[in-house]
Design a protein around this ligand. Structure first.
Ligand SMILES: C[S@@+](CC[C@H](N)C(=O)[O-])C[C@H]1O[C@@H](n2cnc3c(N)ncnc32)[C@H](O)[C@@H]1O
Length: 250
Protein backbone atom coordinates (compact mmCIF):
# COMPACT_ATOMS: atom_id res chain seq x y z
CA UNK A 1 0.00 0.00 0.00
CA UNK A 2 1.34 3.44 -0.80
CA UNK A 3 2.18 5.56 2.21
CA UNK A 4 0.63 8.91 3.03
CA UNK A 5 2.38 12.01 1.76
CA UNK A 6 4.83 13.75 4.07
CA UNK A 7 3.17 17.08 3.35
CA UNK A 8 -0.56 17.77 3.47
CA UNK A 9 -2.21 21.01 2.52
CA UNK A 10 -5.62 22.67 2.50
CA UNK A 11 -8.05 23.08 5.41
CA UNK A 12 -9.86 19.83 4.82
CA UNK A 13 -6.94 17.45 4.30
CA UNK A 14 -4.98 18.89 7.24
CA UNK A 15 -8.12 19.22 9.41
CA UNK A 16 -9.07 15.56 8.93
CA UNK A 17 -5.55 14.43 9.82
CA UNK A 18 -5.54 16.58 12.98
CA UNK A 19 -8.92 15.16 13.94
CA UNK A 20 -8.21 11.50 13.18
CA UNK A 21 -4.48 11.15 13.97
CA UNK A 22 -3.12 14.25 15.73
CA UNK A 23 -0.06 12.35 16.97
CA UNK A 24 1.07 11.92 13.36
CA UNK A 25 1.24 15.68 12.69
CA UNK A 26 4.71 17.13 13.35
CA UNK A 27 3.85 20.77 12.76
CA UNK A 28 1.45 23.02 10.94
CA UNK A 29 2.54 26.05 8.93
CA UNK A 30 -0.05 28.75 8.37
CA UNK A 31 -0.25 32.01 6.48
CA UNK A 32 -0.30 34.78 9.13
CA UNK A 33 -1.77 37.26 6.65
CA UNK A 34 -5.05 35.26 6.69
CA UNK A 35 -7.10 36.47 9.63
CA UNK A 36 -10.57 35.29 8.60
CA UNK A 37 -12.88 33.22 10.78
CA UNK A 38 -11.99 29.92 9.06
CA UNK A 39 -8.29 30.42 9.71
CA UNK A 40 -8.86 31.55 13.31
CA UNK A 41 -10.99 28.48 13.98
CA UNK A 42 -8.38 26.23 12.34
CA UNK A 43 -5.55 27.75 14.41
CA UNK A 44 -7.60 27.29 17.61
CA UNK A 45 -8.27 23.62 16.82
CA UNK A 46 -4.63 22.99 15.98
CA UNK A 47 -3.58 24.56 19.29
CA UNK A 48 -6.17 22.52 21.19
CA UNK A 49 -4.70 19.36 19.61
CA UNK A 50 -1.32 20.36 21.02
CA UNK A 51 0.32 20.65 17.61
CA UNK A 52 3.15 23.11 16.98
CA UNK A 53 2.05 26.04 14.83
CA UNK A 54 4.55 27.92 12.69
CA UNK A 55 3.81 31.32 11.21
CA UNK A 56 4.51 31.45 7.52
CA UNK A 57 3.53 33.20 4.29
CA UNK A 58 1.77 32.15 1.09
CA UNK A 59 4.93 31.94 -1.01
CA UNK A 60 6.76 29.69 1.44
CA UNK A 61 3.69 27.46 1.76
CA UNK A 62 3.39 27.18 -2.03
CA UNK A 63 7.06 26.09 -2.20
CA UNK A 64 6.53 23.48 0.52
CA UNK A 65 3.61 21.78 -1.16
CA UNK A 66 4.29 22.61 -4.81
CA UNK A 67 0.86 24.13 -5.27
CA UNK A 68 -0.95 27.42 -4.79
CA UNK A 69 -4.06 25.59 -3.58
CA UNK A 70 -2.90 25.37 0.05
CA UNK A 71 -5.47 27.87 1.42
CA UNK A 72 -2.80 29.12 3.83
CA UNK A 73 -2.35 25.78 5.62
CA UNK A 74 0.40 23.14 5.23
CA UNK A 75 1.25 20.29 7.61
CA UNK A 76 4.32 18.09 7.88
CA UNK A 77 3.04 14.65 8.81
CA UNK A 78 4.17 11.12 9.45
CA UNK A 79 2.97 8.23 7.27
CA UNK A 80 -0.02 6.54 8.90
CA UNK A 81 0.13 2.95 9.99
CA UNK A 82 -2.75 1.32 8.13
CA UNK A 83 -3.50 -2.16 6.89
CA UNK A 84 -0.40 -3.28 5.06
CA UNK A 85 -1.78 -5.30 2.20
CA UNK A 86 -4.95 -5.97 0.27
CA UNK A 87 -4.83 -9.57 1.51
CA UNK A 88 -4.73 -8.35 5.10
CA UNK A 89 -7.71 -6.09 4.51
CA UNK A 90 -9.72 -8.85 2.82
CA UNK A 91 -8.89 -11.26 5.66
CA UNK A 92 -10.10 -8.66 8.15
CA UNK A 93 -13.32 -8.12 6.21
CA UNK A 94 -13.95 -11.86 5.93
CA UNK A 95 -13.24 -12.44 9.61
CA UNK A 96 -14.92 -9.60 11.39
CA UNK A 97 -17.26 -7.56 9.29
CA UNK A 98 -20.95 -8.11 8.75
CA UNK A 99 -20.68 -5.85 5.72
CA UNK A 100 -19.70 -7.48 2.41
CA UNK A 101 -16.61 -5.94 0.78
CA UNK A 102 -17.18 -2.98 -1.54
CA UNK A 103 -14.06 -2.23 -3.57
CA UNK A 104 -13.29 0.34 -6.25
CA UNK A 105 -10.78 -0.77 -8.89
CA UNK A 106 -9.30 1.92 -11.15
CA UNK A 107 -7.58 0.57 -14.23
CA UNK A 108 -5.01 3.24 -15.01
CA UNK A 109 -6.40 6.54 -13.75
CA UNK A 110 -3.45 8.89 -14.18
CA UNK A 111 -4.87 12.32 -13.34
CA UNK A 112 -4.26 13.19 -9.65
CA UNK A 113 -7.45 15.24 -9.57
CA UNK A 114 -9.48 12.28 -10.77
CA UNK A 115 -7.79 9.94 -8.28
CA UNK A 116 -8.44 12.42 -5.46
CA UNK A 117 -12.09 12.71 -6.43
CA UNK A 118 -12.40 8.89 -6.65
CA UNK A 119 -10.91 8.47 -3.17
CA UNK A 120 -13.30 11.10 -1.84
CA UNK A 121 -16.38 9.47 -3.29
CA UNK A 122 -15.15 5.99 -2.28
CA UNK A 123 -14.85 7.24 1.28
CA UNK A 124 -18.27 8.89 1.10
CA UNK A 125 -20.00 5.76 -0.13
CA UNK A 126 -18.29 3.54 2.44
CA UNK A 127 -16.02 1.55 0.11
CA UNK A 128 -13.36 -0.49 1.90
CA UNK A 129 -10.46 0.16 -0.48
CA UNK A 130 -9.40 1.51 -3.84
CA UNK A 131 -7.14 -0.66 -6.00
CA UNK A 132 -5.01 0.39 -8.98
CA UNK A 133 -2.12 -1.00 -11.03
CA UNK A 134 1.43 0.08 -10.10
CA UNK A 135 2.21 1.13 -13.66
CA UNK A 136 0.45 3.90 -15.54
CA UNK A 137 -1.62 5.04 -12.59
CA UNK A 138 -1.44 8.03 -10.26
CA UNK A 139 0.01 7.45 -6.81
CA UNK A 140 -0.91 9.40 -3.70
CA UNK A 141 0.73 12.81 -3.67
CA UNK A 142 -0.10 16.14 -2.08
CA UNK A 143 -2.44 17.16 -4.93
CA UNK A 144 -4.37 13.90 -4.65
CA UNK A 145 -4.62 14.38 -0.88
CA UNK A 146 -5.89 17.94 -1.31
CA UNK A 147 -8.56 16.97 -3.85
CA UNK A 148 -9.53 13.95 -1.75
CA UNK A 149 -10.34 16.35 1.11
CA UNK A 150 -9.14 14.00 3.80
CA UNK A 151 -10.08 10.72 2.12
CA UNK A 152 -6.46 9.98 1.16
CA UNK A 153 -5.95 9.72 4.92
CA UNK A 154 -8.74 7.27 5.50
CA UNK A 155 -9.25 5.25 2.31
CA UNK A 156 -6.78 2.38 1.82
CA UNK A 157 -5.20 2.67 -1.64
CA UNK A 158 -3.42 -0.43 -2.93
CA UNK A 159 -1.27 -0.33 -6.04
CA UNK A 160 -0.81 -3.88 -7.36
CA UNK A 161 1.73 -5.33 -9.80
CA UNK A 162 -0.74 -7.24 -11.97
CA UNK A 163 -4.31 -5.99 -11.93
CA UNK A 164 -5.79 -8.94 -13.86
CA UNK A 165 -4.20 -11.33 -11.37
CA UNK A 166 -5.57 -9.32 -8.45
CA UNK A 167 -9.05 -9.44 -10.01
CA UNK A 168 -8.60 -13.21 -10.28
CA UNK A 169 -7.73 -13.35 -6.58
CA UNK A 170 -10.79 -11.26 -5.71
CA UNK A 171 -12.94 -13.68 -7.71
CA UNK A 172 -11.41 -16.60 -5.79
CA UNK A 173 -12.61 -14.88 -2.64
CA UNK A 174 -16.10 -14.75 -4.14
CA UNK A 175 -15.96 -11.03 -4.79
CA UNK A 176 -18.03 -10.33 -7.90
CA UNK A 177 -16.03 -8.14 -10.31
CA UNK A 178 -18.23 -5.73 -12.24
CA UNK A 179 -16.57 -3.81 -15.06
CA UNK A 180 -18.00 -0.55 -16.37
CA UNK A 181 -18.16 0.51 -19.97
CA UNK A 182 -20.49 2.87 -21.77
CA UNK A 183 -21.22 0.20 -24.42
CA UNK A 184 -22.45 -2.54 -22.05
CA UNK A 185 -26.11 -3.46 -22.65
CA UNK A 186 -26.86 -4.09 -18.97
CA UNK A 187 -26.92 -1.05 -16.68
CA UNK A 188 -25.59 -0.59 -13.14
CA UNK A 189 -29.23 -0.44 -12.00
CA UNK A 190 -29.83 -4.00 -13.31
CA UNK A 191 -27.22 -5.70 -11.13
CA UNK A 192 -27.28 -6.80 -7.52
CA UNK A 193 -24.63 -4.95 -5.51
CA UNK A 194 -25.50 -6.15 -2.02
CA UNK A 195 -22.94 -8.99 -1.94
CA UNK A 196 -19.13 -8.75 -2.03
CA UNK A 197 -18.44 -6.54 -5.04
CA UNK A 198 -15.52 -4.90 -6.85
CA UNK A 199 -16.51 -2.11 -9.23
CA UNK A 200 -13.95 -1.77 -11.99
CA UNK A 201 -13.52 1.51 -13.82
CA UNK A 202 -11.27 2.42 -16.70
CA UNK A 203 -8.78 5.13 -17.53
CA UNK A 204 -9.66 8.64 -18.59
CA UNK A 205 -9.11 8.17 -22.32
CA UNK A 206 -9.10 4.50 -23.16
CA UNK A 207 -11.34 2.96 -20.55
CA UNK A 208 -10.51 -0.48 -19.17
CA UNK A 209 -7.75 -2.50 -20.83
CA UNK A 210 -8.84 -5.56 -22.80
CA UNK A 211 -7.48 -8.05 -20.25
CA UNK A 212 -9.17 -6.22 -17.38
CA UNK A 213 -12.42 -6.17 -19.32
CA UNK A 214 -12.18 -9.90 -20.06
CA UNK A 215 -11.37 -10.74 -16.44
CA UNK A 216 -14.51 -9.04 -15.08
CA UNK A 217 -17.50 -11.26 -14.26
CA UNK A 218 -19.84 -8.91 -16.08
CA UNK A 219 -19.98 -5.47 -17.63
CA UNK A 220 -22.43 -2.69 -16.95
CA UNK A 221 -23.06 0.79 -18.28
CA UNK A 222 -24.43 3.98 -16.77
CA UNK A 223 -27.28 5.31 -18.90
CA UNK A 224 -26.30 8.34 -20.99
CA UNK A 225 -29.31 10.33 -22.12
CA UNK A 226 -27.61 13.31 -23.75
CA UNK A 227 -25.05 13.92 -26.46
CA UNK A 228 -21.83 12.93 -24.63
CA UNK A 229 -20.74 9.28 -24.66
CA UNK A 230 -19.20 8.90 -21.24
CA UNK A 231 -18.79 10.43 -17.78
CA UNK A 232 -15.65 11.50 -16.00
CA UNK A 233 -14.23 8.47 -14.15
CA UNK A 234 -14.78 10.01 -10.71
CA UNK A 235 -18.39 10.84 -11.53
CA UNK A 236 -18.92 7.31 -12.87
CA UNK A 237 -17.33 5.94 -9.66
CA UNK A 238 -19.79 8.02 -7.66
CA UNK A 239 -22.81 6.77 -9.60
CA UNK A 240 -21.77 3.11 -9.20
CA UNK A 241 -20.68 3.30 -5.56
CA UNK A 242 -23.77 5.20 -4.47
CA UNK A 243 -26.01 2.71 -6.28
CA UNK A 244 -24.25 0.02 -4.22
CA UNK A 245 -24.81 2.04 -1.05
CA UNK A 246 -28.47 2.63 -1.95
CA UNK A 247 -29.02 -1.10 -2.44
CA UNK A 248 -27.15 -1.98 0.76
CA UNK A 249 -29.01 0.48 2.94
CA UNK A 250 -32.37 0.51 1.16
C1 LIG B 1 -13.95 8.85 -19.46
S1 LIG B 1 -14.43 7.21 -19.30
C2 LIG B 1 -13.52 6.44 -20.62
C3 LIG B 1 -14.30 6.38 -21.85
C4 LIG B 1 -13.72 5.43 -22.86
N1 LIG B 1 -13.98 5.91 -24.17
C5 LIG B 1 -14.26 4.00 -22.74
O1 LIG B 1 -14.29 3.33 -23.75
O2 LIG B 1 -14.60 3.51 -21.66
C6 LIG B 1 -13.56 6.60 -17.93
C7 LIG B 1 -14.22 5.45 -17.24
O3 LIG B 1 -15.41 5.91 -16.56
C8 LIG B 1 -16.39 4.87 -16.59
N2 LIG B 1 -17.54 5.40 -17.34
C9 LIG B 1 -17.72 6.64 -17.82
N3 LIG B 1 -18.92 6.77 -18.38
C10 LIG B 1 -19.52 5.54 -18.29
C11 LIG B 1 -20.79 5.04 -18.69
N4 LIG B 1 -21.69 5.77 -19.31
N5 LIG B 1 -21.06 3.75 -18.40
C12 LIG B 1 -20.17 2.98 -17.75
N6 LIG B 1 -18.97 3.41 -17.35
C13 LIG B 1 -18.65 4.68 -17.61
C14 LIG B 1 -15.76 3.68 -17.26
O4 LIG B 1 -15.19 2.87 -16.30
C15 LIG B 1 -14.69 4.33 -18.13
O5 LIG B 1 -13.66 3.43 -18.42
Amino acid sequence: MSSSPKVLFGFHAVGVRIKTAPQSVFEVFFDVSRRDARMRQFVDRTKEAGIRLIESDGLRLAKMCGSHGHQGVVARVDALAQVKSLDELLEQLEAGSDEPPLLLVLDGVTDPHNLGACLRVADGAGAHAVIAPKDHAAGINATVAKVASGAAETMPYFMVTNLARTLGELKERNIWCIGTSDDAPKTIYDVKLTGPVALVLGAEGEGMRQLTRKTCDELVSIPMRGAVESLNVSVASGVCLYEALRQRTG
